[in-house]
Design a protein around this ligand. Structure first.
Ligand SMILES: [Zn+2]
Length: 339
């Protein structure tokens, strides 16, 4: 079985000859950029550079998938949000919300996928598909209506509105869903085998009741409307909403180490695949070969389907720790039957 097949089976919770290793979010570090000779911000803005850096996720680190959308800003920038694209040691950040008040009276531009912040990752996905697509899984990334609401209206304005004017929030999210679907379909067309669906409805900012009330149906609808497996990524302690995520039909949940691994496995049940759960700070950034090996063993023992970091890897982590994680995973289950 090729790495691509292992990854695509694992994210559907199907049996694999070894645990898959991969990530729904960025695995780029500053020292990986130096190693490859391609850096931020160029790798966000130039398709060839983006594809080269993303490919290193497999060619240097050994992961079973590659994922070229390193930041959270592409579709929001295409909508008109002003973005500071950062540098070799800083991830991009939004400068200010696009709109001051929450209201659904805004149009989604028809040419959204053609605008440079979307066109660049779409071209990078095509390049990755051509170059590595037979061997490794090519994963795209889209953001759900909760994250897009933060970007377009500002976190504070959006969250206050969930309390004061839930009907307006629903209208706005319904409109923003079209952005998620349009960019997702364009990524599938460009060659993505699966899509990360990031939605920052983390516990600090979204109660389990709010998840059920505002997002459960929309995430289930995204699963229906996007014809490829989805990897839902939500940061933080999500134990209180994993039972709802099970109901969405989404194939795989990329979970944070704030949920203890055995708890995540129990809550997810046998059908929802689990990815990640390895602490970025304790294991990926500060781990030793021994502590990384122990973490990999614990994840495999708990039945995690795809071993890897919990969220976007901190830029100041050493890439060799990611390679160690992959090597430990292979040691635990030899790859001799792989091409
Ligand atoms: Zn995250």
């Amino acid at each position: 079985m090729k790495p691509r097949d292992v990854f695509l089976a694992a994210i559907r919770a199907q049996p694999t000859p070894r645990p898959a290793v991969g990530s729904a979010t960025s695995v780029v570090t500053t020292d990986l950029m130096q190693h490859v000779g391609v850096s931020f911000p160029d790798a966000h803005l130039d398709a060839e550079k983006m594809a080269t850096l993303a490919a290193a996720g497999h060619t240097v680190l050994g992961f079973d998938n590659v994922m070229p959308l390193f930041s959270v800003w592409h579709e929001s920038a295409a909508l008109g949000c002003e973005v500071d694209w950062g540098d070799v040691s800083h991830m991009p950040a939004g400068r200010r919300p696009l709109r001051n008040t929450l209201s659904p009276d805004f149009a989604i531009p028809d040419d959204l996928p053609l605008r440079p912040p979307c066109a660049v990752p779409l071209k990078a996905l095509r390049l990755l598909k051509q170059r590595l697509g037979n061997e490794v899984a090519v994963v795209g990334k889209i953001f759900g209506p909760w994250t897009l609401g933060y970007h377009v209206f500002g976190v504070e304005e959006f969250l206050i509105a969930t309390l004061l004017d839930p009907a307006a929030v629903r209208d706005v999210m319904r409109r923003l869903m079209d952005v998620t679907v349009a960019f997702g379909n364009a990524q599938i067309e460009a060659g993505a085998d699966a899509l990360t669906l990031g939605d920052h409805c983390t516990r600090d900012l979204c109660s389990p009741e709010a998840y059920r009330e505002f997002l459960l149906d929309l995430h289930a609808e995204l699963h229906e409307r996007l014809p490829c497996p989805l990897l839902l990524h939500i940061c933080g302690d999500t134990a209180d909403r994993i039972p709802f995520i099970r109901q969405t039909g989404i194939e795989c949940f990329h979970f944070d180490s704030k949920v203890p691994t055995p708890t995540a496995r129990e809550l997810a049940g046998p059908r929802l695949a689990l990815m990640g759960g390895t602490s970025n700070l304790d294991v990926i950034r500060s781990g030793t070969p021994e502590s990384i090996a122990a973490d990999v063993k614990a994840k495999i023992a708990a039945g995690i389907n795809v071993i890897g970091p919990e969220c976007a890897v901190p830029l100041d982590a050493p890439w060799r720790n990611l390679r160690t994680l992959v090597d430990e995973c292979c040691k635990a289950a030899p790859r001799s039957n792989l091409t």
